[in-house]
Design a protein. Structure first.
Length: 169
């Protein structure tokens, strides 16, 4: 019974993260492409429009931030691991723990000021679209929270493996 609940919770979490990191950016990319095509067509055949450019910029912000979460989830970021690859697995684990602590602490420190800034931007609206700027910058808050959670989990796994005396991966 407990395993079934964990499996359902895991599937639900994976579905939510897939929605956040794959499906929403795909829809936003489609939106960006359509608005880009509208902009090109209107420029060459009608009167140039200003709103598609602004929408493209906002979509680009969302795609980059949410796409970064997907790249981090799949561990597809560029790594400079020249020293890391040359040391023993136990030292690699220590390097990972140091890196995880640095990322968690720096992003946690940035969390509240970033939240304040995003909320502050709520007074301003986009120049041509009726979109508040806090909505435009809100994916950054999602990014911070997800990165803190992911690296906290990785830190937990690495520290637990040290406590249990498990061999490094």
């Amino acid at each position: 019974m407990k395993h079934k609940r964990l499996a359902v919770l895991s599937r639900s979490g994976n579905f939510f993260m897939d929605l956040l990191e794959k499906h929403i950016p795909a829809f936003i990319f489609l939106t960006m492409f359509i608005s880009f095509m509208i902009q090109v067509i209107s420029r060459y055949f009608f009167k140039p429009l200003t709103w598609p450019m602004e929408l493209n910029l906002f979509c680009y912000i969302w795609i980059i931030i949410l796409g970064t979460l997907q790249a981090q989830r799949e561990e597809e970021h560029t790594n400079f691991s020249l020293v890391y690859d040359k040391v023993q697995p136990s030292v690699q684990r220590i390097f990972r723990i140091i890196g995880e602590v640095l990322i968690i602490s720096s992003f946690t420190i940035a969390l509240y000021p970033s939240y304040k800034y995003v909320m502050f931007m709520g007074f301003k609206k986009a120049n041509t679209l009726p979109i508040r700027m806090d909505v435009v910058f809100s994916p950054y808050m999602i990014f911070l929270v997800v990165i803190i959670a992911r690296f906290s989990y990785k830190l937990f796994i690495d520290v637990r493996s040290i406590i249990r005396g498990e061999a490094s991966k």
